[in-house]
Design a protein. Structure first.
Length: 232
């Protein structure tokens, strides 16, 4: 959860005034940070249960995106493309635009988490049981939240620290480039001998996840600035 909020916070600070105005109107003045996790709560409701596959994409080990069989129910890549187009549509309802933006914010985060672009064989690390500082967990949960939980700074201070620590000038603008960059991180994610993960694993991988958060925040802002300055 903290990762989604950090990304939204970083993005919000980099919006231009016109985009900020559009987004405030769409979200009825609510913060992107507050709504960054809406999609996770929504998929637990019956009406939104079908959105579960949209949060990830599975590509078998050794295959490229082009070689893999896509989920006909949608995946994180197809839905980023879809909701970007929705946000550019002038004639959709305010509710549709609001939902599109909330999904879009969330999925930009998801595609930067390596295990959201992982392997169906272990459900993106969910079936990889590990111990995290002595407590039962799984690899996906470690990367979704536990790697960041040890930082006790406020959200704003943590986001500012990350931007100082990882100044990102990464020019990648296309979703497939983001996906491929996240995929490149996967082999290292699985590199551990003892499943009792603690300081060694955290110290090795937390910087990787934090860099991905900064990248995602900047890219989310860049995309939203492009969408709302050119199409809406």
């Amino acid at each position: 959860m903290k990762g989604h909020q950090l990304i939204a916070y970083i993005a919000q600070q980099q919006l231009d005034p016109q985009s900020q105005k559009h987004i405030e109107q769409i979200l009825d003045g609510k913060s992107m940070v507050v709504l960054a996790t809406w999609a996770d709560y929504a998929r637990k409701q019956k009406a939104w249960k079908h959105t579960g596959p949209w949060h990830y994409i599975n590509i078998p080990k050794g295959q490229s995106l082009e070689q893999s069989q896509r989920n006909p129910k949608g995946d994180v890549l197809s839905q980023l493309e879809y909701f970007e187009q929705q946000l550019k549509q002038p004639n959709i309802s305010k509710l549709e635009r609001q939902q599109a933006l909330k999904f879009y914010i969330h999925f930009v985060s998801d595609i930067h988490q390596p295990l959201h672009v992982g392997y169906a064989s272990d459900r993106g690390g969910n079936k990889v049981s590990v111990s995290w500082y002595g407590k039962s967990s799984n690899l996906h949960r470690v990367w979704d939240s536990q790697l960041l939980d040890s930082n006790k700074l406020s959200l704003g201070k943590y986001a500012e620290q990350l931007q100082r620590q990882y100044p990102s000038n990464d020019p990648l603008f296309h979703y497939e480039e983001w996906l491929n960059q996240s995929r490149e991180l996967l082999p290292a994610v699985y590199q551990f001998g003892d499943k009792n993960l603690s300081d060694n694993y955290a110290n090795q991988h937390r910087p990787t996840l934090e860099l991905q958060i900064v990248r995602a925040g900047k890219r989310l802002a860049d995309k939203l600035n492009h969408i709302f300055n050119n199409k809406v």
